[in-house]
Design a protein around this ligand. Sequence first.
Ligand SMILES: [Zn+2]
Length: 216
Amino acid sequence: MNIILLGPPGAGKGTQAARLVAERGMVQLSTGDMLRAAVKAGTPAGLQAKAVMERGELVSDAIVSALIGERLDAGCATGAIFDGFPRNGEQVAALDVLLEERGQKLDHVIELEVDEAALIERVVGRYTCGNCGTGYHDRFKLPATEGVCDVCGATEFKRRPDDNAETVSTRMTIYRGETAPILPLYEARGLVTRIDGMGEMDTVGTHIAAILDGEG
Ligand SMILES: [Zn+2]
């Protein structure tokens, strides 16, 4: 079972991927992590990538493909979750070849959808206790006593400067730009399922499980 999990920042993609890893023994193939691991382990593709990066150049699609090939050959037990790859039509074709060569295929492309306005509301209102880090929200989770942390009683709170509407919109635009080239290709093959990423974490997880088990 090989899948691509897509979703803009805030859709809970990381949480859902971690669940699939824990519950199904799948392996998350995040391009950035794989690159760092291969460079560290000194694999052939890792050494190539290292040389390119030391020259200050971008790692080519060919090297990324080689990295994924190495990782697939190292064994992905019950399946792989591709994260950050593919990002363009050439990479879609490259992934097809990589899987085909190993007698495998891509089974599902799952996109966690978010409503931008709702996401902004969720992100912009959040803050944490400056002492113990407990999370709060202006609308959804206020402390029992205004201005006092429920857990530790501290009265200082923190807000992250990038938790603003503009940052969320920018991230959504980047996400759409990254997925626009690949989603139509997979849609044409009937591989794409969209689920509501704004729901409860467990509900989203249940939807994903149903898709993987062929009940979605
Ligand atoms: Zn606290």
